[in-house]
Design a protein around this ligand. Structure first.
Ligand SMILES: Cc1cc2nc3c(=O)[nH]c(=O)nc-3n(C[C@H](O)[C@H](O)[C@H](O)COP(=O)(O)O)c2cc1C
Length: 134
């Protein structure tokens, strides 16, 4: 079994109901593929954790990558695992309030490195937690 985590930029036109629609469909489609995971959305970016068998995980990731509702997909983690973090859900949505709408460019997480972006996304300390997952 494998875990894949990626980060992407959400399409500017997305609204909360579109995102709920993506997740509802994903939950239904993922179950028979034995894929579980979580989708985090902060108003600007996605961070998705996908867990499941290699033979369904890799094609699904390649399909998600091509989805025009997001761009700039960066794979952060792809590793073999013995247990799932999210065993119970086909796909679970977590929303985080955007924190940088009024931030100047130089202090925006966009202008920083990837761990800083992950910390901005989740809150302080999670980049370290993700690094430990690798
Ligand atoms: C951020 C994001 C996450 C997605 N996650 C999943 C997912 O976990 N499972 C899934 O089947 N589709 C997911 N999708 C949708 C797929 O990209 C794709 O639209 C879906 O699999 C249906 O593809 P089809 O319309 O070509 O059959 C996601 C899309 C986005 C934008």
């Amino acid at each position: 079994m494998y875990r894949l985590v990626y980060f992407s930029n959400a399409n500017i036109d997305l609204n909360p109901s579109t995102i709920e629609g993506i997740v509802d469909k994903a939950a239904v489609r993922n179950r028979p593929l034995q894929i579980s995971g979580a989708l985090l959305y902060n108003g600007l970016n996605f961070l998705q954790i996908l867990e499941g068998p290699h033979q369904s995980l890799t094609p699904l990731y390649l399909q998600i990558r091509k989805d025009p509702r997001h761009s700039g997909v960066v794979k952060l983690v792809h590793e073999r695992i013995s247990a799932r973090i999210y065993p119970d859900w086909g796909m679970r949505l977590f929303c985080v309030a955007p924190k940088r709408a009024a931030a100047p460019m130089e202090t925006s997480p966009c202008a920083k490195d990837l761990p800083a972006m992950i910390d901005a996304f989740f809150g302080f300390g999670h980049a370290t937690a993700l690094a430990e997952l690798r």
